[in-house]
Each structure stands twice: as structure tokens, then as C-alpha cells.
Design a protein around this ligand. Structure first.
Ligand code: ZN
Length: 431
């Protein structure tokens, strides 16, 4: 049995020891006497659940800063998609390792991903020691030949998803309603239900998407369109959901659909609205927080995201009491754990040991009136001293083993991809 003892950490306002046996929190109490345990001194630290990133495209770290300050559709069509077309599984692996490194350094131990070459992301998350819900991206553009290929790829995933630890699970990632046909969406939802996997789709991100949907589908708005296809259910996570009306919110609530909210990406890409948080909360639609990919954020720091979500909700509703710090924290921890079915998100005996130690001796936590306020409004990922996932220490004293090699490989791969793209198009380097 592996025993890890976190000593002298603050927990619920008191100094405690936390004993971790294998992957779970075994005991929390004052001055625990344990023999044969590895000890980590947590003096000056508070022990907290590690954070969840509810929507990202991990390997897009390779394109961080490659093309910014553009309109969403132009950005995708002229910059992102041409470069992504050249990615190999190994490139995705290298980019996803960089993402895992950044997330571990920011106290994140779970990410919900949607991307190409799923095996590269799964391998990276497995090796880096974090949890991931890996969703191969699905795009058929209404083309029957591509739709057939999609089905083959999904069936191949279902057959070959073994060989990973329980930290790595799989979902289906239909990109959006404008890139995936209704027939494929229906097939994916049915296959997901039959196999107990989640489905993860971008939805109602821009007003253009909503208008195109209304025009193409007899006046149905995106949520109504998905309901008409029969794809709504508790296994579905919709990413963005910025442009919703009251009826759509009611439909999401009725079907138990969860919403992943990416406030920074929405603001950076100027999607023309703010998630209607107050109405979603009132309807009891679970809302969880994601960074989106590193091209549209450009950081994977969930501390930043909590703050942005709180500020955007207040600004959007003209109500400073909307989305208080405690709710932002829950969205990135407890609530996300419930949505993704991970027995973590809280520092409690019996829970999975997915934990962080946050250094409260820093200026961000001084004078220290209110921990939740400091975490959400003042802190950032650099305040995390130690990150633990599944009982394993992934970072201690801000050191992650193998960091330099991960950074070098990412730099090499990213610059090679950009050079290939420039050579193919006869153009210069990054914009
Ligand atoms: Zn996204």
C-alpha cells in the first residue's frame, strides 16, 4: 500500500494532517501518527480539491499565439484548420503533454477534451498522471463518405479504448451542428447511450450559428434542433451555450444537459453575448468551467477562468451579487466532479485524492479575510505549490519532473508545423 501524509495543512480553517492511502483520502485529523508514509510538509498551505477544466482542446497549446485577434469563422478557416490538417498523433501527444504540464502547474487534474488523434491525448494524460475525458472530434460536413468514416472511427475507439487506467475515459466530440449532419448526431447520441459514454459538442457559440440553424432547420434554434433529433440527455455537455433563449434553457434543464462555460474564449473571440448564467442557475442547469483551447484563451489557468466567469456574469446581469466566489469555486470543483462522474472535488475522507496545496503565504492571500474570495478574485495558478492526482504527487514545490523536455519537444513540434504550413502556402511565419 502506498501511504502519503500531508502534514500541518489548513483545512476548514484548522491545522490538520491528511493521510492518503493509495488513490483515496483515508483520514483527516490533527497530528496523525502513521508509520511508513511519505510525508509532505504543508505548513503555510491550505489543502483544497484540485480543479477541473470542463472544455479544452489540449494539443492546441502548439498553436498558442499563432493567430490572435481575428473573427471566429475566419480564424478557424484560414489559420487553425489548415494547420490542424497536418497534425499527426505524435504532434498531438507532444501538445497534450504541454497542456497537461500547464494544467498540473495550475492545480488542474481533470480535463474534458475534444480533438483529433485521440490516442495522442490519451497517452499524454496517462503518462502525465492526470484524469481526462478524451473525445475524438467528429466532423462530417454532411458528406456521406465522411459520415461513414466517422462511424468507423467511433467504432474503432470503442473497440480500442482499453489499455488505459481508470483515469482516462472517452467521450464522443461532434464539433458543432454546422459541421456534423443531423443523421450523424443522432447516431452518435444513440451509440453513446448504448455504451455509457458522454457526448461533448460546441453549441450556440455565435449569433451566426443560431441564425444559420434557424434558416436551415424550419425555424428551430440550436437547442430545439438537437431536441428534435433526440440527442439531448444527461450524457450531453454543451460547450459555450452563449446564445440561449428562455425556452432553450428550459429544454436543457428538462433533459439534464450540462453547460461548459468558457468566458475568456467567448470574450476573446467576441461571440456577441454573455452566457445567461442567472437564468441557467435558476433553471438548475449545471454549469462548469473550461478554458477552451490555448489558441482562444490563451492560457489553461482555471483560476483566471473562475474570475472571468464571475466578472462576466456580474457585468452581463448588472448585478454584483450574481455568481459569487463560492459558486465559481464550486463550478470548478464539486459541480464539475458531479457532471463528469469523478468521486473527487472535495477534501473528504473516502474521496479520491485529487488535491492541491495552495501557498497562502503569498501576497494574493494577504491579509486573508476570505479564502474563497482570495482564490477566485486574487489568486492564479502560480499560487499552487503541490498537485496530487489519484494519490500521486504530480508537482511539489512547483516542480514537475521532465518539464524541460516537454517544453523543448513542444517548441520543436510547433515551429516545424508552422514552417510546413508556410512552405505549403508560400507565405511567412506566425501572424
Ligand atoms: Zn472549444
Amino acid at each position: 500500500m502506498s501511504l502519503l501524509l500531508l502534514t500541518n495543512v489548513r483545512h476548514d480553517g484548522r491545522v490538520r494532517d491528511v493521510l492518503i492511502e493509495n488513490d483515496r483520502i483515508a483520514r483527516i485529523g490533527p497530528r496523525l501518527k502513521v508509520r511508513g508514509a511519505r510525508r509532505l510538509d504543508g505548513r503555510g498551505m491550505v489543502v483544497l480539491p484540485s480543479l477541473f477544466n470542463a472544455h479544452t482542446h489540449a494539443a492546441m497549446t502548439l498553436l498558442r499565439g499563432y493567430a490572435d485577434d481575428m473573427f471566429l469563422h475566419e480564424w478557424l478557416e484560414t489559420k487553425i484548420w489548415p494547420l490542424e490538417a497536418r497534425l499527426t498523433e505524435d504532434d498531438v501527444y507532444v501538445g497534450a503533454r504541454l497542456a497537461c504540464l500547464e494544467m498540473i502547474r495550475g492545480g488542474v487534474t481533470f480535463f474534458n477534451d475534444m480533438y483529433w488523434h485521440w490516442r495522442g491525448t490519451a497517452r499524454a494524460a496517462e503518462e502525465m498522471g492526470v484524469r481526462a475525458l478524451v473525445g475524438p472530434v467528429v466532423i462530417d460536413l454532411g458528406n456521406p463518405t465522411r459520415a461513414q468514416e466517422v462511424r468507423r472511427e467511433i467504432l474503432n475507439l470503442l473497440e480500442n479504448r482499453g489499455g488505459f487506467t481508470s483515469r482516462i475515459r472517452f467521450a464522443f466530440g461532434p464539433h458543432a451542428i454546422y459541421t456534423v449532419s443531423g443523421e450523424t448526431l443522432r447516431w452518435l447520441a444513440e451509440t453513446a447511450r448504448n455504451n455509457g459514454v458522454k457526448v461533448h459538442i460546441h453549441l450556440s457559440e455565435t449569433d451566426r450559428e443560431v441564425q444559420d440553424c434557424v434558416n436551415a432547420h424550419q425555424g428551430l434554434r440550436p437547442v430545439e434542433y438537437l431536441e428534435s433529433l433526440g440527442v439531448l440527455g444527461p450524457e450531453l455537455i454543451v460547450a459555450h451555450a452563449v446564445h440561449l433563449n428562455g425556452r432553450e434553457i428550459e429544454i436543457l434543464a428538462r433533459h439534464g444537459v450540462a453547460v461548459a462555460h468558457m468566458p475568456e474564449s467567448n470574450m476573446k473571440l467576441s461571440v456577441g453575448g454573455i452566457l445567461p448564467y442567472a437564468a441557467l442557475r435558476q433553471a438548475k442547469v449545471p454549469v462548469v468551467l473550461g478554458t477552451d483551447g490555448a489558441c482562444s484563451n490563451n492560457s489553461l489557468d482555471i483560476f483566471h477562468t473562475m474570475k472571468a466567469a464571475a466578472l462576466a456574469a456580474k457585468h452581463g446581469s448588472n448585478d454584483p451579487t450574481c455568481l459569487p466566489a463560492t459558486e465559481a469555486w464550486a463550478m470548478a470543483t464539486r459541480q464539475a466532479a458531479a457532471v463528469f462522474g469523478v468521486d473527487a472535488g472535495a477534501v473528504e475522507e473516502g474521496r479520491l485524492a485529487d488535491l492541491i496545496l495552495v501557498d497562502t503565504q503569498r501576497p494574493e492571500f494577504t491579509p486573508g479575510f476570505n479564502l474563497m474570495s482570495d482564490l477566485v478574485y486574487a489568486a492564479n495558478g502560480y499560487c499552487v505549490d503541490t498537485t496530487i492526482c489519484d494519490g500521486r504527487v504530480l508537482m511539489h514545490r512547483r516542480r514537475v519532473p521532465g518539464e524541460q523536455a516537454i517544453l523543448s519537444a513542444a517548441r520543436r513540434t510547433a515551429w516545424r508545423l508552422v514552417a510546413q504550413d508556410a512552405a505549403a502556402a508560400g507565405k511567412g511565419g506566425p501572424a
